[in-house]
Design a protein around this ligand. Structure first.
Ligand code: NAD
Ligand code: UFG
Length: 337
């Protein structure tokens, strides 16, 4: 298959490019490098010993997209490109609607013109909002509580409407839980800009000596040890879920799949696992709860297991080992920021 990957120079996109190339697909990446790195694509070539094409362009640039569709003629699109910082989306919602929603409309328009009928889209568990029951399954009501989450739900609905127009079209929505980890080669991984917002890169930077201590947001939640609990999914397992979503025929014209490990891990459990794997003590301090945080959530991903041949194979130990290898080999990520 020829696959166009939007946002392929980013964290999840680069890992997915590796798995696509390994599975024998041809890959074209469009990325404006607003949060991605061309070096990550060089590393993808290194890991796979395969070529991939790349254009530095914005998905809102209709001409750039048309050119790719006319020359590369992709069979499918995997759509990662977008902005993902919750706090930034609250401060600048219009930018999020413009890039995420506007970008997706621009992409679907180019696909329609070119007769490209299949899209796999990166959504998020954040679309569910406050849990009415756990684990979340795909039938759980959606009620995102910030502009970022609302852009994801709007795009899901747009893709649904787009598939209704033509029976040849297919839209697969993957609702990711908490993607973490890095490629086992240590060549590609997550490079947060500035101070990490998310737990795993923060722990890795404390272990690597780049930050003094971890702030744990809340220790009185209704969880086993009082700290927040999440469903951490290894980024390579997540990448493989996209191959599953492209390959199989059991999916409906429009389908939504949860992609998680189905198990929750608390902040303290993750810290102690990381200490054991790295051999480095992680200093931490308790701070009050972070605004908007939920106590715990995890996925029922049985629909994805049943409808695709996918199942996560990597556990929390693998996640810590691979994150630590990436951190040690690339203490400043792909470059100086
Ligand atoms: P990332 O920022 O590393 O990757 C996104 C890529 O898209 C970047 O390389 C960026 O340069 C590119 N991009 C952004 N706007 C663009 C535009 N207008 N045109 C072209 N390229 C553009 O993020 P990621 O963690 O790899 O996330 C990928 C997708 O998965 C995003 O849509 C994100 O919302 C979604 N997601 C991520 C998480 C997570 O925790 N990482 C969780 C749920 C969903
Ligand atoms: N946490 C800390 N200290 C930190 C960072 C996080 O204690 O420095 C805690 C949080 O309070 C939470 C847990 O670690 O209990 C996980 O927090 P993350 O920020 O790593 O992840 P979230 O679950 O808050 O959010 C992430 C993405 C969202 C996405 C969601 C579900 O940032 O965009 O997963 O996919 F919507």
């Amino acid at each position: 298959m020829r696959v166009l990957v939007t946002g392929g120079a980013g964290y999840i996109g680069s890992h997915t490019c590796v798995e696509l190339l390994k599975a024998g697909h041809e890959v074209f990446v469009i990325d404006n490098l607003s949060n991605g790195h061309e070096t990550s694509l060089e590393r993808v070539r290194l890991i796979t010993n395969c070529e991939l094409q790349f254009t530095n362009a914005d998905i809102r640039d209709a001409n750039a997209l048309d050119k790719i569709f006319n020359t590369f003629k992709p069979d499918s699109v995997i759509h990662f490109a977008g902005l993902k910082a919750v706090g930034e989306s609250v401060a600048n919602p219009l930018m999020y609607y413009d890039v995420n929603v506007g970008g997706s409309v621009s992409l679907l328009t180019a696909m329609s013109k070119a007769g490209c009928n299949k899209i796999v889209f990166s959504s998020s568990a954040t679309v569910y909002g406050k849990p009415q029951y756990l684990p979340y399954d795909e039938e759980h009501p959606t009620n995102p509580v910030n502009p970022y989450g609302r852009t994801k739900l709007i795009i899901e609905n747009i893709i649904n409407d787009w598939t209704e127009v033509d029976t040849n079209r297919k839209g697969v929505i993957l609702r990711y839980f908490n993607p973490v980890g890095a490629h086992e080669s240590g060549q590609i991984g997550e490079e947060p800009i500035g101070i990490p917002n998310n737990l795993m890169p923060y722990i890795a930077q404390v272990a690597g000596g780049r930050r003094e201590h971890l702030n744990i947001f809340g220790n009185e939640y209704d969880t086993s040890d009082g700290t927040g609990a999440r469903d951490y999914i290894h980024v390579v397992d997540l990448a493989l879920a996209h191959i599953g979503a492209l390959n199989q025929n059991k999916l409906d014209m429009f389908d939504v799949l949860n992609i998680g490990a189905g198990k929750s891990t608390t902040v303290l459990e993750l810290v102690s696992n990381f200490e054991e794997i790295s051999g480095v003590p992680i200093k931490f301090k308790y701070l009050p709860r972070r605004e908007g945080d939920l106590a715990a959530f995890w996925a029922d991903s049985s629909k994805a297991f049943e409808k695709t041949s996918w199942k996560p194979e990597r556990n929390i130990n693998n996640i810590c080992e691979d994150t630590w290898r990436w951190q040690k080999l690339n203490p400043n990520g792909y470059g100086i920021k």
